[in-house]
Design a protein. Sequence first.
Length: 489
Amino acid sequence: MITKMCLVPVAEGEHPFASAAEKCCFDKIGYVEDEYFMSGTANVYDEDAFQNPRIAIPDVPYTTRLLVRRPADKKRFSGNIVIEVLNATAMIDIDRMWVDTWRFFTRNGDIYIGITSKGQVVDALKRFNKERYAKINWDNPDKSRTPIESIKDNPMLFMEEYESGLFWDMLIDLARLLREAGERNPLADYGPAHLFLTGWSQSGGYIARILHSFAYQPGIEKDGPLFDGYLLAGCGVSDAPMNAYSSAFRFGQGCIPQGSILGGKEPVIAVNTESENRYAFWYGDFDEPEFKFRTWQIPASSHDTAYNLIEYYEGYQREDLNRLGFTNVWEGCEGEPMDCPYEPIFHAAFYHLYNWAIHGIPAPHAPKIRTRIVRKEEASWGFFGNWVENRTDALGNALGGIRHPAVDCATGTYCSFSRREDGTIQEMFGNVMPFSTEKLTALYGDLEHYRRLAEESADRAVAEGYVLREDRDWLVERVVAAAARRGLH
């Protein structure tokens, strides 16, 4: 139960952690960023054999934070509120879905809310600004419990002082609050809204957990849908743990993660890069009345890219990360950091999610990246995908998936992982091995011809629904600039 929603003012010379207002030029595009502290009580749950929640510890007090980004002019509001489960894998709040999609959200007039998802980030928030975040509270209500062996020595998964299981009631209560018209809802003046839940990587497991354990419980569903649609990306994992002491990953038969098969009464779209498609094990698309699902897979891509892990954080955001001792660098020693401009595909995914949820227009089906089964000793590297490899064309790039100019008009060979100087693998930040000027010239002739080919690829992606017309020119310019940088004249 939410008992208090408090706007936290920004004092002179400070800003919320992970603020986007300056980076995304809110003063120029007509957006406003606020930070709220949400306080209340939440139950801690365990689960039965069918993933149904059971109250283990009732009414635990908490205070967490929300980042709210909204159009300053209420008339610009699209009617869509997107809630992102902020990613906590690096022990800080990461708004990755915002990073990849903010141009679409702000162009469309959407309201964005980032919600802290785990107590593991509390220490970083308080080191960033001790006074501002003094009230944040995810305290563990019962430290006498014993964590399972597989997580107790991993701080990303378990820290005794925090209870991550408080999150489910936080999120559910927030969703219900945002559908209210009363004063408790800080966005009530914007009018009725459709709610969408999104998350990246680990946070995708939170969406799986909501779908499998909470969204369709009778006590929740009786008031209408919890969310109108779901978009998860960069993931293929099972449900997030029900509480801080429970298992992090649960696998079913054939090493298929239990949470892999997704879908719901409301539309669900999963977007994956080459870093995840080999172990996502999505079983295709569904259009059943109570099981709607799409999987979109992007070739010539990786989990992290030069843009979303490095370029976005230039400026004071990099200074903020440095204050916390967090470095976001590419560790590869071959080629260049992965530079696939896949952001427009995320824009299109949200566009279609909205239309599917609101107007009943199903999202386009997309071809999967083509794969082959290999023995472990034949695999090119050893991680989640060590028994599946992507099939490649004569230039070394993945076949199938959503085609876009960076792969149709490749200026290098894209790989979803990178090798460090010590020979180890950086499994989530890929590289590109640029083609020589001679090879580029042999393939494309000159830059003018390359541009025409890139435009044709972009036009096909627009016609198929994987790129929005508004993003077509931006996408073409990005790949043409890369071709010129690599020596095509």
